[in-house]
Write a protein that binds this ligand. Structure first.
Ligand code: ADP
Ligand code: MG
Length: 358
């Protein structure tokens, strides 16, 4: 549906996009995820045609968008600020995009009603937009974009102004809406949890470059670099020394774990000459309680901090032989005690849960 080929964008001598390559499939829920200032909005605006690219190519439906103006592209954008007209009603706001449409007023009215129905705002059509909550304004902005029946909907941090509860509700509504209308969504967000929850695939961006493009599970379980791992979720790192490397199998000696054999997918691409480390998520380790079956891989450890969350407990533990603690999350079980600070414990891990970064 959308093909980005070596897209570069310069603002004067600032290099905002540095060779973006990606293909976004028709009907996909695709997210651009990255910290503030990494170029997400710039990339979205180049797809929409509000920003010209300095070099490279953007194709939509196989057609080069070179000099095609925004209104002739099969895209529509929902802006971060919503950009709703305060002096117009809900219905007038949604109908605004149809002002140059040649259909009869009755037909346009039906299209507006249909768009408002999609976002659950049918009963608010006569309402003044100033008398709406944040979530309702967001819905009006969505309806105004949908009424034009774009093939691609571009959403720039559409939920960032909403409170947590409203944001979560709108997340699931947006997922349902996308499935219902079946069009391609490209979402910009700096919120890693939002990207994981909503997307079919995610492009993680740093400083104008795509650091990894993958589905949420791959991104979380096999981040391509330390930087991606740290941006998406929590990652523990313990330093490791590479002993040998033969045919894709790497033997390492990692602090706290001892000798490990890592293969193929468990080994990241070589990133830098910095030392190697073994990374793992807090749920990759398991604290062993009395009566738990003895696993084949375990280490002794000491509890150094405990944070109780009701459903989960975070234990910071120092594995024997490690120089710093790591965080382990454990789902709580009724009737099982929570360990205290200073207590000795055993932790187990499964082979595939560790990644070697180097
Ligand atoms: P994001 O949406 O990821 O927060 P942006 O795409 O808005 O980031 O901006 C990326 C970088 O490009 C930032 O450093 C920003 O200051 C710069 N930038 C964005 N728009 C312009 C512009 N019109 N002129 C100059 N620099 C810009
Ligand atoms: Mg932005």
């Amino acid at each position: 549906m959308i093909e980005l080929r070596d897209v570069h964008k310069h603002y004067g001598n600032y290099h905002a996009l540095r060779g973006i390559n990606a293909t976004i499939q028709a009907g996909e829920f695709f997210s651009l995820l990255g910290p503030s200032g990494c170029g997400k909005t710039t990339l979205l605006r180049t797809i929409a045609g509000f920003e010209m690219i300095s070099s490279g190519a953007i194709l939509i439906d196989g057609r080069s968008m070179g000099s095609v103006p925004p209104n002739l592209r099969p895209t529509n954008m929902v802006f971060q600020s919503y950009a709703i007209f305060p002096h117009l009603s809900v219905e007038q706001n949604v109908g605004f995009g149809l002002r140059h449409d040649s259909r009869s007023p009755a037909e346009k009215g039906r299209a507006v009603a249909e768009a408002l129905e999609m976002v659950g705002m049918r009963d608010f059509k006569a309402r003044n937009t100033q008398a709406l909550s944040g979530g309702q304004r967001q819905r009006v902005a969505l309806a105004r974009a949908l009424v034009l029946k774009p093939k691609v909907l571009l959403l720039d941090e559409p939920l960032s102004a909403l409170d947590k509860k409203m944001r979560e509700q709108m997340q699931s509504e947006l997922i349902k809406l996308q499935q219902q209308v079946g069009i391609t969504f490209v979402l910009v967000t700096h919120d890693q949890e939002e990207a994981l929850v909503m997307s079919d695939r995610i492009a993680v961006m740093f400083e104008g470059e795509v650091a990894q493009l993958a589905d949420p599970q791959t991104l979380y379980q096999r981040p391509a670099s330390r930087r991606v791992a740290e941006f998406v979720g929590t990652m523990n790192f313990l330093s490791a020394e590479v002993i040998s490397e033969t045919g894709g199998i790497v033997e390492v000696d990692a602090e706290g774990f001892g000798r490990l054999t890592m293969r193929g997918s468990e080994v990241s691409e070589r990133q830098s000459s910095r030392g190697a480390s073994v990374g793992f998520r807090p749920e990759a380790l398991t604290i062993l309680f009395e009566g738990d079956a003895a696993p084949d891989r375990e280490s002794n450890a000491t509890v150094v901090d405990v944070v109780y969350y009701g459903d989960l407990t975070y234990y910071d533990v120092r594995l024997d032989g490690a120089t710093r603690p790591v965080r382990v999350s454990m789902r709580n079980v009724f009737g099982r005690p929570v360990l205290g600070i200073g207590m000795p414990t055993r932790v187990a891990w499964s082979a595939g849960a560790l990644t070697l970064f180097r």
